[in-house]
Design a binder for this molecule. Structure first.
Ligand code: C5P
Length: 235
C-alpha cells in the first residue's frame, strides 16, 4: 500500500483553526501543494463539516479526526455518515466494540478507519487512575493487535512508536503520525518529534503536520520543502 502513495499525498495538513474562513484561506494559500486536510473538534464545532464537504467536492482528501467512542450502533451510523460525506480517514478510539462498529459502518466504502491506541497525553499513572492494570506500551500493543484482527485500516501513533509497530504489524496497516518537524523547525509543545525523512524510514505512511506549514512565513514553500524531503527519503 505505502509504495503507491506519492510524497505529496503523504502530507496531511492539520487545520487546527476555530474559524472556517481562516481554514479556507489556508487551503487557498496552499493550492496544489497540499491534497489532504485534517479537520478536528475545534473546526467541526465552528462549521467545519461544511468545509469538509467543500474540500471533497474540490477534489481534496479529508481526514475527520473525530476520535469516535460510543455504543456500537451510534459509532456504526456516524461512520456511515462520514463515508457518505466522502471522508478518506476517520479516527476512532481503539476499543474493540467501537472498532468493530466503525468497520461495519465503513462497509465497502472508500473510507479508511484509523484507530487511536492510547492518547499520547496519557502516561502509566493516567491509565492506573482510569482503572487499567496495563502500562502504556502493553495497552498500545494489545490494542494494535486487536485493531489488526478487527480489520482496522491504520493506526495513529507517535513517530517514536512507528518503527516497532511497523515491525509488529507488517506492511498492511497504515501508520499515521503527528509530531513531525523538519530539521530546524520550532518544536512548539511537541516533545518527541521526528523529521519527515526519519518518519518515512521508520515506516510511517502519512504525516499530520500543522504549525510547521501553517505558521510558516510562506506556507506553500514550507509544504513543498517537506514534500521534497519525503521524496528524497524514499530514494
Ligand atoms: O502543529 P502540529 O504539527 O504540532 O500539529 C499536529 C497535529 O496532530 C495537531 O492536529 C494535533 O492535535 C495532532 N496530534 C498531536 N499529537 C498527538 C495526537 C494528535 O500533535 N499525540
Amino acid at each position: 500500500m505505502s509504495g503507491e502513495i506519492s510524497a505529496r499525498d503523504r502530507v496531511i495538513v492539520a487545520l487546527d483553526l476555530s474559524d472556517v474562513e481562516a481554514a479556507e484561506k489556508a487551503v487557498w494559500a496552499l493550492g496544489d501543494s497540499i491534497n489532504f486536510y485534517k479537520i478536528g473538534y475545534e473546526l467541526v464545532m465552528a462549521g467545519g463539516l461544511n468545509l469538509a464537504e467543500d474540500l471533497v467536492q474540490g477534489g481534496k482528501k479529508v481526514f475527520l479526526d473525530m476520535k469516535l467512542h460510543d455504543i456500537g450502533n451510534t459509532v456504526m451510523h456516524a461512520t456511515r455518515a462520514a463515508a457518505k460525506l466522502g471522508a478518506t480517514f476517520l479516527t476512532v478510539h481503539a476499543f474493540p466494540q467501537t472498532m468493530r462498529a466503525a468497520v461495519e459502518g465503513r462497509g465497502d466504502s472508500d473510507l479508511d478507519i484509523l484507530a487511536v491506541t492510547v492518547l499520547t497525553s496519557w502516561d502509566d499513572d493516567d491509565l492506573k487512575d482510569a482503572g487499567y492494570a496495563s502500562t502504556v506500551p502493553e495497552l498500545v500493543a494489545r490494542r494494535a493487535a486487536q485493531a489488526e484482527a478487527i480489520g482496522i485500516d491504520g493506526l495513529v501513533c507517535s513517530p517514536a512508536e512507528a518503527k516497532e509497530l511497523r515491525q509488529r504489524l507488517g506492511a498492511k496497516m497504515m501508520l499515521v503520525t503527528p509530531g513531525i518537524r523538519p530539521a530546524g523547525a520550532e518544536k512548539g509543545d511537541q516533545k518527541r518529534v521526528m523529521t519527515p525523512s526519519d518518519a518515512i524510514k521508520a515506516g510511517v505512511d502519512y504525516m499530520v503536520i500543522g504549525r510547521p506549514i501553517l505558521a510558516a512565513t510562506d506556507p506553500k514553500a514550507a509544504a513543498d520543502a517537506i514534500v521534497a524531503e519525503i521524496e528524497n527519503a524514499k530514494k
